[in-house]
Design a protein around this ligand. Structure first.
Ligand SMILES: Cc1cc2nc3c(=O)[nH]c(=O)nc-3n(C[C@H](O)[C@H](O)[C@H](O)COP(=O)(O)O)c2cc1C
Length: 181
């Protein structure tokens, strides 16, 4: 199984990126997970959507060829970061590569609410006309990693909180069943 991952933070020490890399390693026997580089995408411009730059073509092809998408994102000002919205905007036009694509949205923040507002907003965006993703249903499947600075070891970059790891393990299995259903 081939999964691509979008990470909503592009800073070097991103906790969300560390969690994505942790997942890439931990679930390597379940699927191949490629983390796409969204910070090289130019700002979406409708003038260019029919003949976008090569990096956009490559990005869209990676999504089109994937069995599923995992999105790991922080919350910025009660929503998703602009860099992630930009990537989703490119994906939503002309060849609509996210239509019917299984998507598992999750995220981590340093606050207590664990990206809940961003996740709700992201689910709205993923349901829009140009995207129409097949989103993992929310009931019981929302992985909201709060207080993430205490759950990721800065020395090893590993997610270390056992309760979070076990919950994530079970939700990854749920997502694989969802992809195959
Ligand atoms: C521009 C900006 C806006 C933020 N807004 C929120 C917010 O609305 N809710 C929240 O819980 N955390 C917010 N934060 C804090 C992030 O949760 C925290 O910086 C987190 O570590 C970012 O994820 P990262 O480590 O993957 O970069 C914000 C941070 C920044 C830089």
């Amino acid at each position: 199984m081939n999964v691509v991952t979008l990470v909503g933070s592009i800073r070097k020490e991103s906790l969300n990126m560390k969690i994505a890399k942790f997942m890439q390693d931990r679930y390597k026997d379940k699927f191949d997970m490629q983390i796409l580089n969204i910070d090289i995408l130019p700002f979406y411009n409708q003038d260019d959507e029919n003949n976008p730059p090569q990096v956009v073509k490559d990005f869209k092809r990676e999504i089109a060829n994937a069995d599923a998408v995992i999105i790991v994102t922080p919350e910025y000002n009660w929503s998703i970061p602009g860099v992630l919205k930009n990537a989703l905007d490119w994906a939503s036009r002309v060849e609509k590569v996210l239509v019917n694509k299984p998507v598992f949205p999750l995220g981590a923040s340093q606050g207590v609410l664990g990206t809940i507002r961003a996740q709700l907003h992201l689910r709205d965006i993923l349901s829009s006309t140009g995207i129409q993703a097949r989103i993992l249903p929310p009931g019981g499947n929302e992985v909201l990693i709060n207080l993430a600075g205490q759950k990721v070891d800065v020395e090893t970059d590993m997610l270390t909180d056992q309760t979070t790891i076990e919950f994530l393990d079970s939700k990854i299995d749920t997502f694989i069943e969802f992809i195959n259903s």
